[in-house]
Design a protein around this ligand. Structure first.
Ligand code: N01
Length: 535
């Protein structure tokens, strides 16, 4: 079989932000490339997550490619925070503009990959094909493997079942229906207000409350867009080495150094700016619990003053983590929704779900009849899409085996004993803690510069040394330990939402700019830490 299919220079798995850019970079580098994507078209996470209210919480003008100035100057974002349809339209436009689709096999799931010791990856697909390529670029996304929790009786339910992360193209008609929704992370929090407005009744089953900041979305005016277009070079320049890959910093003083009035003013300013920025109001907010408490208490006051029933407000206030140590959510009218007569909050920590039955959800305290169930239960994040492919190296080492004690990577991009493989946005990279689009550009550029270098050196294999990957992984752990992130023990950042997963803080918390500097330095030093094999 191995000799019968064309040997591509690279296979790129995924057609989201990272995958599309990777295919484009491959073509630019004069490489032959095959893209493989499970969905029927481009979009990645923005193809699947089309639930009501889906919107990005990073400003549209930042959450977009920077690699092509004409693209940047000509695309018009209509709103400050782009909706899912607009982001998808943008990715479709990018695919058309750079003629990327023709390189893809769509509707094709990658089911496995193994490295042939002769120097290429064999990639198996759901279509029964085996494709070959010297390099395998997994642009599979860190929030793509849907978590379908194994709740007793889930499959017995007689009504309609929906997952926010695999929402139908035809929006379901929930009018007149009694809807149950499980999950109050970013997806649930965005969807709940719109579902409540449509359904006859909505029961929200909440296991862990999260902090959410209102999203002050508005249309961009033509003046805004002119200013942003003029400022783009500076804006991108600042973002390139900023801690989260956006042009925003923190307040100039630490929270514990500011007086009460100053703190309140800084917190109000950030609160009204909206989005994830509130998680970084003060420079010490994510490293010092006393500073974090100041921001946390401010956010909790906002919940108490918005939700009219004090008991419901109490249940909506997180109990298990400092603010921002789980991904902070962004909403339009979330807390207000609990003032509606047709909405009920069920605290699963007080009354856990016993079972789903044919007609509803039974908890330890009551039965809630439902006509439709929505699971906003998130993802097997960061590792799920990679371990599902479970690449096998030339020595028979499997990714799942090597990561059974937690992921070990070099720069969150490469794995020892799996040569010529790139894990874009993988564990050990800042990914989910940063602007994912600029992050994808940094990693994809780094990967393709390395591919070109390896070919220039006549190498057929390149992989990280084990000690180099160990050192990077230790550095990732140290960076997390210097923050409050590990205090959120129920976070998907640690894989805590997936039973059986080893709890390890997976993203690199040292900052996007710092990470980029590490990547630059490795390349400048001739790819120190990597082994190039020639034959
Ligand atoms: O997923 P989540 P998400 N029984 O894992 C609950 C990005 N994103 O899709 O916390 C009952 O955050 C689970 O409870 P717990 C963003 O990075 C961005 O909402 O595990 N409940 C939790 O409440 C985000 O962080 C945007 O106790 C169960 C919820 O389901 C990431 O995607 C929008 C359960 C899952 O929340 C993931 O967000 C959307 C069970 N068996 C997403 N299993 C924006 O840009 C899970 N839960 C705005």
């Amino acid at each position: 079989m191995s000799g019968s299919t064309p040997l591509h220079d690279a296979i790129v798995v995924g057609a989201g932000f990272a995958g599309l850019y990777a295919v484009r970079r491959a073509v630019d580098a004069g490489l032959t490339v095959l893209g493989i994507e499970a969905a029927p078209d481009v979009g990645g996470t923005w193809y699947w997550n089309r639930y009501p209210g889906a919107r990005c919480d990073v400003e549209s003008v930042d959450y977009s490619y920077s690699f092509d100035d004409d693209l940047q100057q000509s695309w018009t974002w209509t709103e400050r925070f782009a909706s899912q349809p607009e982001i998808l339209a943008y990715l479709e436009h990018v695919a058309d503009r750079f003629d990327i689709r023709r390189h893809y096999a769509f509707g094709t799931d990658v089911t496995g990959a193994s490295f042939d010791p002769r120097g290429w990856w064999k990639v198996q697909t759901s279509a029964g094909a085996i494709h070959r390529a010297t390099f395998l670029v997994c642009a599979t996304g860190c929030l793509s493997e849907v978590n379908r929790p194994d709740i007793d009786g889930r499959d017995e339910f007689g009504g309609d079942v929906y997952y926010t992360a695999a929402w139908p193209h035809q929006d379901p008609d929930l009018r007149g229906k009694r809807v149950g929704l499980v999950g109050t992370g970013s997806s649930g929090i965005q969807a709940i207000p719109l579902i409540a407005a449509q359904a006859k009744s909505l029961v929200v089953f909440q296991r862990s409350p999260n902090y959410s900041v209102p999203m002050p979305n508005r249309p961009w005016t033509s003046d805004d867009l002119r200013r942003i277009r003029e400022e783009y070079p500076r804006r991108r320049g600042v973002s390139a080495y900023a801690s989260a890959g956006t042009p925003h910093g923190t307040y100039h003083k630490r929270a514990i150094e500011a007086d009460l009035n100053e703190r309140r003013a800084a917190l109000w300013e950030r609160w009204s700016e909206g989005g994830v920025l509130f998680a970084k109001t003060f420079p010490d907010q994510n490293i010092d619990l006393a500073a974090n408490d100041i921001a946390r208490e401010f956010a909790e006051e906002r919940i108490r003053e918005t939700v009219t029933d004090p008991a419901v407000a109490r249940d909506l206030i997180p109990v298990d983590h400092p603010i921002g140590t789980k991904r902070i959510c962004t909403d339009i009218g979330y807390y207000e929704t609990f003032n509606r007569d047709n909405v009920r909050l069920v605290n699963l920590r007080r009354e856990p779900i016993d079972a789903v039955t044919a007609t509803g959800v039974r908890t330890a305290a009551a039965f809630y009849p439902c006509d439709a169930l929505i699971f906003a239960t998130g993802f097997d994040a960061m590792t799920g899409a990679l371990t599902r492919i479970d690449p096998i190296g030339p020595g028979g080492d499997r990714l799942t085996g090597m990561w059974s004690d937690g992921p070990v990577t070099f720069l969150g991009l490469m794995v020892p004993r799996l040569p010529n493989l790139f894990t874009i946005s993988g564990p050990g990279s800042p990914s989910v803690l940063s602007n994912m689009v600029l992050h994808a550009e940094v990693q994809v550029d780094w990967a393709f510069n390395l591919i070109v270098t390896a070919r220039g050196r006549g190498a057929i294999e390149v992989e990280p040394r084990r000690d180099a990957a160990r050192a990077w992984t230790d550095h990732v752990a140290e960076a997390a330990a210097a923050t409050l992130f590990p205090k959120a023990q129920s976070s998907w950042y640690l894989g805590a939402n997936i039973e059986g997963t080893k709890r390890v803080f997976m993203p690199y918390a040292g900052g996007f700019g710092t990470y980029r500097t590490h990547c630059d330095r490795v390349a400048e030093q001739g790819y120190a830490g990597l082994v190039f094999t020639t034959r």
